[in-house]
Design a protein around this ligand. Sequence first.
Ligand code: ZN
Length: 427
Amino acid sequence: MRGREFLMKDGYSFHADRADCEREYRHMYETYERIFNRCGLRFRAVEADTGAIGGSMSHEFQVLADSGEDAIVACNECSYAANVEKAEIGAGDGAVSGATASEQLSRVATPAKRTIDEVSAFLGVPAERFIKTLVFVDDDGKSVVALVRGDHQISEAKLKIALGAQWIALADADTVRRVTGASVGFAGPVGLDARIVADHALRGIRGAVTGANKDDEHLVGVEHERDFGKGTTFADLRQAVAGDLCPRCGKGVFAEHRGIEVGQVFYLGTKYSAPLGATFLDAGGQAHPIEMGTYGIGVSRTMAAAVEQNHDKDGIIWPLALSPFPVEIVPTSVTDEPVRDAAEKLYGELRANGVEALIDDRDERPGVKFKDADLIGITLRVTVGQKGLAKGVVELRERREKTNHELALGDAVAHVTRLVRDAGRVR
Ligand SMILES: [Zn+2]
């Protein structure tokens, strides 16, 4: 995915007022949707962090592929999609279902059992009954204890927002010992004199397991209000997972995908124009900062993402709009004069129609040519052979379908031209 070449399309918009700039943002968003649709890609527009570029509104266009570097969740009912670190989770969603009776708080020996998996197996208690206790340090060097359910993952991005911190990091072993009195793996919120922030899913939990702030010991029967309710604040702290209820439509649930980012749109407002003094004069001669947006597509990356999403064991399957050539002509023999002539005539007529065609005029066996054609992955292949010509036909094969259709020799040019024109590839 990360080639030496990085070809990028970049665009900027400049407006006098915010409403016009936001309308342009929506236009560009819709334009990008049309571009990636026409490229034949399966993608989602994902609400994005504005990160280093800043501004207040941004969407990433993510092509869905198992090899993608970004973990995203997308609603199965509406258009909401987000990075797992960012996806909003409704308060109360993910809480342990079915009320558990109150249990007595007690201490159990868990020698050298540090991870949730180890303690879960040792005690025979499922991971969702654990309170995962993580110690972080913020930009002021202050420690804070974050709690998430044992089967959930903390989102550091959300924790940062909950704390209003610029920067956070997991604490080192010495800090963990100073804060909890125990080594890593035995921390818990009960009796802890620290700032504690817990994920919503832990609200009202009972019969839970957590570290006892003492080496080789855990607590069982832990409950929220009784044992760590005082001073604990709640926030959305966890990464979204498949099955979480969509916070936007309230009907759909999230599915998990891997994504490859191929484009991003930003509404910047006056973030750059104000400090740089990029102003315009209004009708009354008053200077105002320009309202800005920025819009980018990774062009070479889009090609790479298309290949990640469209291939099989034999090679690439180019979507018609992206294929280096929309059609490849394969004469089964170039020493057979009628076959060669028919293939070259087809090639010439397609080009005359504005169809970019490729012809494999190598003196190779048909099997070698077919294998190479599958590998290169040109969307349409027209095979010209002796047997077909005897019947007055050529064979059209779509790379994705791997099935052959016979075309009357006289109709072949018009038929192929129509297919290519429908994909917007005829000049
Ligand atoms: Zn939804």
